[in-house]
Design a protein around this ligand. Structure first.
Ligand code: HSE
Length: 382
């Protein structure tokens, strides 16, 4: 299978290199920006790639929705298999691309868009055939995990931890998607779509780690807690799906505490299998490239789709899931939440709330922020 690569950044270079030695694979051309076509295998026009009869498959690792979507649609319509690491593309346009792929009888896989090297979507698409997937959860963003781990174990400040994650190639080109929780949210959207044929596109809730401070981290450590950015998703009792992202505090000994650096821990609970946890590097050149290559091999051996034809966009329902929360906010606003315990110092309150719904917590915090309050919150992992 001769493969063209769209994008020659961190992951693109890894994919191109790996194609050289992967069984049944062959290096094709690479799409680069004008002015960067300094080598014979580089092209600056997508037409040259999609009209090249020697190219069997296209691997897109550029990121962003446009022009990636137009390129993907053109490749699929030209009869090329298409694999991608681009979660923004698949979360926004995956259903449309899947339709085009089925119509043209070519493969469309996106394992690398969720979990880096961890074969999460791949496993979900297989597990759902023989078991009922009850719920999805885990750590699906390598950048924020690296940052939280560095702040806790190395005592780094937020900005220094982010700079390191960028330098190591874990963060997106614009790291806002990582630290805001949006990158992790897109990944749980994809996991729901693969597991339930429902892609939650509205009603989603996400809180990232942008507002965490080194004082918060010291406070959690003094109480024996470790903070991780968690995704949650699953099927609701009335046949819909829920999907949300938020920081969670885990007590010592919880498996999430041992997920260090850029690692991910992708979990699901099957009715018969019970809880399955997959761990591995969730970001970086070769870990992500390895997932792209796995998809190409999957297509070569006949496993062509992760999204089924019946997959549709739905609204997430997040009002029936409850947690106790840690919240740090200005003391004068502390009456906004029902407290189980309160500690105050220098005008700051650190509260453990009574149990409240995820929806209520996210809406309460939105209101506090609209009123000018600075807040960080995290669910208490039980
Ligand atoms: N920026 C992403 C992360 C890359 O940190 O997880 C892998 O999807």
């Amino acid at each position: 299978m001769k493969v063209a690569v769209l994008g020659f950044g961190t992951v693109g270079v890894g994919v191109f290199e790996m194609l050289k030695n992967a069984e049944g694979m062959e290096q094709g051309t690479v799409l680069v920006r004008p002015g960067k076509n300094d080598t014979a295998f580089k092209r600056t026009s997508i037409e040259e790639i999609v009209n090249d009869p020697e190219i069997d498959a296209v691997a897109e690792v550029m990121g962003g929705i446009e022009p990636a979507f137009s390129y993907a649609a053109a490749a699929l319509r030209a009869g090329k298999h298409f694999v991608t690491s681009n979660k923004a593309l698949v979360a926004a346009k995956g259903i449309e691309l899947s339709k085009i792929a089925y119509e043209n009888n070519v493969g469309f896989l996106f394992s690398a868009a969720c979990g880096g090297a961890v074969p999460y979507l791949h496993n979900l698409s297989i597990a759902r055939e023989s078991d009922e997937i009850i719920s999805l959860s885990g750590i699906l963003n390598g950048t924020t995990n690296y940052m939280l781990d560095s702040m806790q174990r190395l005592g780094l400040e937020y900005e220094d931890a982010l700079r390191d994650a960028q330098r190591l190639g874990y963060a997106e080109a614009d790291p806002t998607a990582d630290v805001s929780g949006m990158d992790a949210l897109r990944k749980i959207m994809l996991a729901c779509a693969v597991s339930y044929d429902m892609l939650p596109a509205e009603g989603l809730l996400n809180e990232g780690i942008e507002n965490i401070s080194s004082q918060d981290v010291k406070h959690f450590m003094s109480k024996g807690y470790t903070c991780r950015l968690m995704v949650n998703g699953g099927k609701t009792e009335n046949g819909g799906v829920y999907a949300y992202v938020e920081p969670v505090l885990f007590p010592e000994g919880a498996p999430e505490c041992s997920v260090l650096q850029n690692f991910n821990m992708a979990c699901y609970e099957g009715r018969n299998s019970g809880r399955i946890s997959l761990m591995g590097q969730g970001a970086g050149r070769y870990p992500t490239a390895s997932a792209v290559l796995r998809d190409l091999s999957g297509i070569a051996s006949g496993r062509m789709y992760m999204l089924r034809k019946e997959c549709r966009a739905v609204k997430a329902e997040n009002d029936k899931y409850f947690h106790r929360y840690y919240i740090r906010l200005p003391e004068k606003m502390s009456a906004c939440v029902a407290a189980e315990s309160v500690e105050t110092e220098n005008g700051i309150a650190r509260i453990i709330t009574k149990s409240m719904s995820v929806l209520e917590m996210h809406e309460t915090v939105k209101k506090i922020r609209e009123d000018g309050g600075e807040v960080f919150f995290a669910a208490i992992g039980e």
